[in-house]
Design a protein around this ligand. Structure first.
Ligand code: BES
Ligand code: MN
Ligand code: MN
Length: 475
């Protein structure tokens, strides 16, 4: 038998252990670590501890750092789950790579329209279905399994590692910035490169490297009209209704074609240079595949470049829901006492969260004054800033070589429209090059019903991380 190189041995071992890696993912998916639901706080901590145990088994030093308390929009205070800080030193002279992933997931209920129970990993047609399989438990496990494979073969891991795994990402990573800043001269000091595995490919089958993300400013607009819910037959016609007010305001935010109606909101958006416009031409992106994935007849834009730019480098406003609104089947004739409208703006370079917030608050306040309702209004907002990185950097070149060794193609350089708050925090606190290395595919349905990760993405993704560590060892 020909002598295999280290990487070939590792790839082969990963294939051999694939079913064991899937079992581990099933265990992780079974933990209902939903950060948006206060009553699931203990599941978040359970998920952090479960992961800590895995890292300890790799020989890492693990610290669970307390983040204090979260204040919910209604003023209630509950504890944050701890963040996990792990350190695996192989050789003090090696390069240190800091990796980030998140352990919390979006809410999911079978009744939302899942074909299988969201917290039971279910394999069908080459895909592993379950909440968090792609966003972001699968990629987190990819790191653990890649390192475990090196160790099981007695091949030295070629870099030192720092792990930052948090469990509040899906709720805005509140509390994280302070914790990271306090570790600037401690835990974070030795990091030479930062790698975030919390993104997806641009299409269903071609790998990419991500060098930009939009930010997000999230708003809660609360309107209260009475001390209790009211019978619309008894009181209707005499009360200024909170829901009516809110619908009026929400309708004033954006046009059907996605134009944001808030004055000055586009003022700080970076102008498009001819060089930047050129970048979009080379990217592999099939508009028809995208349309089919969305499942709509018509998009706002038809051209590849327009679609990508409006996902990546222009802001957008989405209306998400109304807390307190009647949303069950059947007819209920209630006047809700209090409603909270929720919307967000995806922000882009060079929009600053403070000025976005000011423009939004000024506009809503002025609109509401003009409208003339006597009801109480309260606006609450949270912010995560956009991020971009220089992709023409040895770090990205190493990741491109790793991609090529697994998938046989050059990865596209892409940006994304979603937000990972920690990316900018880590860039600012460490001053090091930050890479987002996607594992899952564009049609994984993160946040939606039937979230999945393809078995291929999960297993080849584990190889990708192993190959990335191998390439980073050469830097
Ligand atoms: N992994 C996503 C962000 C993402 C989506 C990156 C698509 C790349 C492609 C992340 O878990 C996420 O959902 N973030 C939230 C952040 C928010 C709660 C601050 C988001 O974008 O809505
Ligand atoms: Mn994520
Ligand atoms: Mn997410």
């Amino acid at each position: 038998m020909a002598l295999l190189g280290h990487l070939d041995q590792i790839f082969r071992k990963i294939d051999e252990n694939a079913s064991h890696f899937v079992e581990n993912l099933a265990e992780a998916v079974a933990i209902e670590s939903i950060s948006a639901w206060p009553h699931k706080r203990s599941e978040l901590t359970r998920m952090v501890r479960w992961t800590a145990e895995k890292l300890r088994k790799l020989g890492a030093q693990v610290e669970l750092k307390d983040l204090g308390e979260q204040t919910l929009p209604d003023g209630t205070r509950i504890p944050y789950p701890p963040i996990l800080l792990g350190t695996l030193v192989v050789d003090p002279d090696y390069t240190t790579v800091l990796v980030y992933g998140h352990l919390d997931v979006q809410p999911a209920r079978l009744e939302d329209g899942w074909d299988s129970p969201p917290f039971v990993l279910t394999e069908k047609n080459g895909a592993l279905y379950g909440r968090g399989s792609s966003d972001d438990k699968g990629p987190v496990l990819g790191w653990i399994h890649a390192i475990q494979t090196y160790q099981s073969l007695g091949v030295p891991v070629p870099v030192n590692l720092k792990f930052v795994f948090e469990a509040m990402e899906e709720s805005g990573s509140e509390g994280l910035r302070g914790a990271l800043e306090s570790e600037k001269e401690g835990f974070l000091k030795d990091a030479d490169y930062v790698c975030v595995t919390d993104s997806r490919w641009l299409g269903p089958s071609r790998p990419c490297l991500t060098y930009g993300l939009r930010g997000v400013s999230y708003y809660h607009v609360e309107i209260e009209c009475s001390v209790k819910d009211l019978h619309s037959g008894v009181y209707g016609g005499t009360v200024h209704e909170a829901m009516t007010d809110l619908v009026y305001l929400l309708n004033a935010l954006v046009t059907k074609d996605g134009k944001i109606l808030i004055p000055h909101i586009y003022d700080q958006v970076a102008p498009l240079s001819p060089e930047e416009a050129d970048i979009y031409k080379a990217i592999h992106f099939d508009v028809d595949v995208y349309k089919r994935d969305v499942g709509c007849k018509e998009l706002i834009y038809e051209e590849k470049e327009d679609i990508l730019m409006h996902r990546w480098r222009f802001p957008s406003l989405s209306i998400h829901g109304i807390e307190g609104a009647f949303s069950e089947p059947g007819q209920k004739t209630v006047i809700p006492r209090k409603v909270v409208g929720k919307f967000s703006i995806r922000t882009v370079p060079n929009q600053r969260p403070e000025s976005v917030e000011k423009h939004v608050t000024d506009y809503i306040t002025r609109k509401y004054e003009e409208y003339g309702s006597p009801n109480k209004i309260r606006i609450h907002s949270t912010h995560a800033t956009s991020w971009t990185e220089n992709p023409y950097h040895p770090h990205y070149e190493a990741a491109a070589r790793a991609t090529k060794s697994v998938y046989g193609v050059e990865p596209d350089l892409t940006r994304e429209g979603g937000t990972v708050p920690v990316t900018l925090m880590l860039q600012e606190v460490t001053n090091k090059n930050v890479l987002i290395l996607p594992i899952g595919a564009s049609d994984d349905a993160a946040h939606a019903q039937n979230e999945k990760i393809n078995r291929r993405n999960y297993i080849e993704g584990t190889k990708l991380l192993a190959a990335y560590l191998h390439e980073m060892g050469k830097l």
